[in-house]
Design a protein around this ligand. Structure first.
Ligand code: 5AD
Length: 351
């Protein structure tokens, strides 16, 4: 199948059930051929909810009055040990864009995690200085996640207010820097942002390939009541009827399938946001239509409830440990196994 703009757009919006089923089947087969039946688990530590940015969609933006926390090195190490015990290959350190997480602190934590657990380390800490990216890579970080959120420059600008935002070009420059430093690079989008059209979404998917992404994160946009997008809807009008991309589970799963077809060797998670909009079956659908990664949350409960980038995120209060047996059963039911080892992106290896 040639994956040009027209084909992708039609597969996103099309109503022909046979075509959709065929796409899902092809995505699943491509996933099996390129990344196998293993589902790799990444332990997620949400290391800080401080943020200097004012993203219009995000529940921890700088303008909110909200108790803020920052995990200590020992807390992060504890999460890493738990990840190791549970058999995961990777620790993901994610946070708001928090200057209080200094270059030295993060570098020390990366070194400690590597020394004590040998886990692969993924960072997701926003747009930081080149010398910070370099120092963290030097300290042993393997991967970096930085979604571009939307490939439309105007929509990007609107949802990332000028305050400190270098626009979509800036975001692309950050992704290039990360690549040049030797990180495995992950990016991705939210699906169904007000003002996001089907055309834009089709171009997002083309950009996955242009950027040659090693990891692709895709989740539905979920309105958070204490954000500009919800409080000032007049500033964020939806696209005209029939043009506005839907923020539902079906659309998100189609984007996952198309991402797999575009970048066959990438690692693609079944995201928490998708599991949330489609509580019965969201995760399974993603896994059987292209996804091969799950990111169980290892953030201590008292912090986790304060990392509500979207509503009800903290509803998932079950500990990763308690969920492990259910997860193993769920995966076995899908004919899948839990991956051992680091689960590096075959896309990166190929490059
Ligand atoms: N709905 C869905 N996803 C969101 N994110 C942030 N806020 C929201 C929201 N309200 C996603 C962004 C970000 C990632 C860490 O979480 O895509 O890159």
């Amino acid at each position: 199948m040639t994956m040009d703009f027209g084909t992708i757009r039609e597969l996103l919006v099309g109503r022909d059930p046979d075509a959709v089923r065929e796409m899902y089947g092809l995505a699943d087969q491509t996933r099996r051929d390129h990344v196998g039946d293993d589902v790799h688990l990444r332990g997620l530590a949400e290391v800080s909810n401080h943020c200097r940015r004012r993203c219009a969609y995000c529940g921890v933006h700088a303008g909110r009055t909200l108790p803020r926390y920052r995990m200590t090195r020992d807390e992060v190490l504890e999460a890493a040990r738990e990840a190791k015990e549970l058999g995961y290959g990777t620790l993901v350190m994610q946070a708001g864009e928090d200057p209080g997480l200094t270059r030295v602190m993060i570098a020390d934590t990366i070194r400690a995690v590597k020394e004590k657990t040998g886990l692969a380390v993924t960072l997701s800490l926003g747009e930081r200085d080149p010398d910070e990216f370099a120092a963290w890579r030097e300290a042993g970080a393997d991967r970096y996640l930085l979604r571009f959120e939307t490939s439309d420059p105007d929509l990007f600008r609107r949802i990332h207010p000028p305050l400190a935002s270098r626009g979509l070009d800036g975001r692309m420059a950050f992704l290039r820097q990360l690549r040049e430093l030797g990180y495995e690079v992950g990016s991705g989008v939210m699906v169904g942002i007000p003002g996001q059209t089907w055309d834009m979404l089709a171009r997002d998917i083309l950009l996955f390939r242009d950027l040659d992404l090693d990891m692709i994160g895709i989740g539905p946009y979920l309105p958070h009541p204490d954000t500009d997008l919800v409080r000032f809807p007049e500033r964020f009008p939806p696209a005209p009827v029939g043009e506005q991309a839907r923020a539902d589970g079906e659309t998100t799963t189609r984007v996952v399938a198309l991402a797999r077809l575009m970048q066959p060797d990438a690692n693609i998670p079944a995201t928490t946001a998708l599991a949330l909009v489609n509580r019965d079956g969201g995760r399974e659908h993603a896994l059987s239509r292209g996804a091969n990664i799950i990111m169980p949350n290892l953030t201590p409960a008292r912090h986790r409830r304060l990392y509500e980038i979207y509503p009800a995120k903290a509803d998932f209060t079950e500990t990763a440990r308690a969920a492990q047996a259910t997860l193993a059963k769920q995966l076995a039911g899908l004919g899948r196994s839990i991956g051992t080892g680091r689960g590096d992106s075959p896309n990166r290896r190929k490059r």
